[in-house]
Every structure is written in structure tokens, then in C-alpha cells.
Design a protein around this ligand. Sequence first.
Ligand code: OAD
Length: 269
Amino acid sequence: MEKKIQKVADILKKDDVKVTFFVGAGISTSCGIPDFRSPKTGLYSNLKRLQLPYPEAVFDIDYFRRNPKAFYTLAEELYPGKFVPSKFHYFIRLCQDKKKLKRCYTQNIDTLERLAGVKDEFIVEAHGSFAKNHCIDCDAEMETEELKKQMKSKIPTCAKCKGYVKPDIVFFGEALPPKFFDRWDEDSSSKMDLALVAGTSLAVYPFAGLPAEVSKDCTRVLINREQCGDFKANPRKSDILLLESCDKVVEQLAKLLGWEEELDALVEQ
Ligand code: OAD
């Protein structure tokens, strides 16, 4: 394992080399937020109380129209504000501080990359976030304070048309934000040296398709408990597989880069 992490450190140490992150729920499990698909601990195996026809229905726009209560029951628990970033989130921030960050594509809606200090210009929240809220019928915006107030006693409802309001997280059946496609057009057509995929089962498209689109001269790294997606279906000779916990890997990586103290300082701030 150490030899493989050393390889990643050697690439990152080179002048002008930048890293592009592609991350998912597994980078936030150490913060106390469950991922989706891990057997037993994942969100989708713990939704019996919501009596859903299938687990993903909780994030399905058609199901939400008929039964918004299921999502709002979960939203109470998942709402940002209760959690602090992991070592992995701070490692992304440190890459930014070291001018080594090209972009961070995240599927997460927990906003922990932002909380760790990663700037908006580097973040692509592919599945949206809780930052804004809109009516699913007339698209009118609802302020977050108002949404939170209404959430306490009922399903948030649009003042104009009485339609249901939901945070701008991307549900199944909804389009990804234009920023996702715009940034990917930009990034995939420019120099990409290192693609670091972490904490994702690469099960949900179009995000899951990105590692396959990375050019052949870019080194792909997978930090995950399981081998998955294009790393399994179409492995490349140059791929580096680190099937370990995300925090453990970046701890080692930071050590090899000589960034250990700075990473610890960020975590402890
Ligand atoms: P998943 O739950 O599908 O995958 C999380 C992956 O992280 C799994 O492969 C785990 O083994 C791994 N993992 C968990 N904890 C880890 C740790 N500490 N270290 C290393 N690996 C770890 O989550 P995502 O791939 O993010 O979409 O799911 C993608 C999308 O599916 C989500 O954005 C969400 C969901 O439906 C929407 O809500 C639209």
C-alpha cells in the first residue's frame, strides 16, 4: 500500500501537476453521515420506517410529488449544520492552498468541502446542495430560513402556487446543474494530470461516467473500500487502486508529501 501511495505522492510533487477529485458519500462516513449503498450501514438499507416502494424513491422527483413526507423525514437528519469535515475534506483544501487543485467534483450534498474551506470556483456540486430551495411547480425560490421554519410543522409549500418546495438537491428524474456540464467540458478538454476518485460506488450516472472519460495520459487513482465502476469494468495499466479508508490514505499521502503538520493543523482548527 505504501509503495502505491508513494507513487501518487511522486506525481503530485512534480511542478505544474494538479489533482482533480471525484468524490462521493464515502469521504463523509467518518463524519457520522451514512453513505447510500454500503450493506447494513448505508442509508438505503435503513429506510424501512419510511415504507418506500424502493429505497431510491426517497430521492425520486415523481415519488416526491406524491409523497414528500419521506424526503422531509430524512432531510431533518441530513440537513447540513450538524457535521464537521473529515481529514479527507481538509486534504482537498490543502491541495487548494498548495495550488495543486484543479477541481473537486462532488456528489455529496453535505457541503463539507465548502466548510473545509474549498472555494466555490473549485467545487462542482453535481447533485446540487441545500443552499437554495425552489417550488417544484412554479420554480419560485424560498429562503432557507423560511424552509426550515415550515419544515418544523409541515411540508414546505410555495406562497404563490401552493406547490411543494424542496432544496435544490438533484433528485432522480431531474437534470444536473449546468455548472456540472460546463466545468466538465472545460476540464476534460484541458490538461488533467491526476484524477483522484474517492468514496463512491460509481453507480449513478452521469457522474459515474467521468473517470472513463479521463484522458489516457492522466493517472487515475481509486481510494475506496471496493473496486468499482470503470476501475473494475475497464481497468487501465496505470490505475492506482487504494482499497482502504479515505482518511487513512490521505494521512499517509500527506506524510509522504511533507504536508502532515499542515493537515493536522487544519483538522484541529
Ligand atoms: P455510495 O453509498 O453508493 O458509495 C459509497 C462508497 O464509498 C462505497 O463504495 C463504500 O464502500 C465506500 N466507502 C464508505 N466509507 C468509506 C471510507 N471511510 N473510506 C473509503 N471508502 C468508503 O455513495 P455515492 O457513490 O456517493 O444521489 O452515491 C452516489 C449517489 O447515489 C449519491 O449522490 C446519491 C445517491 O442516490 C442522489 O441523492 C441524487
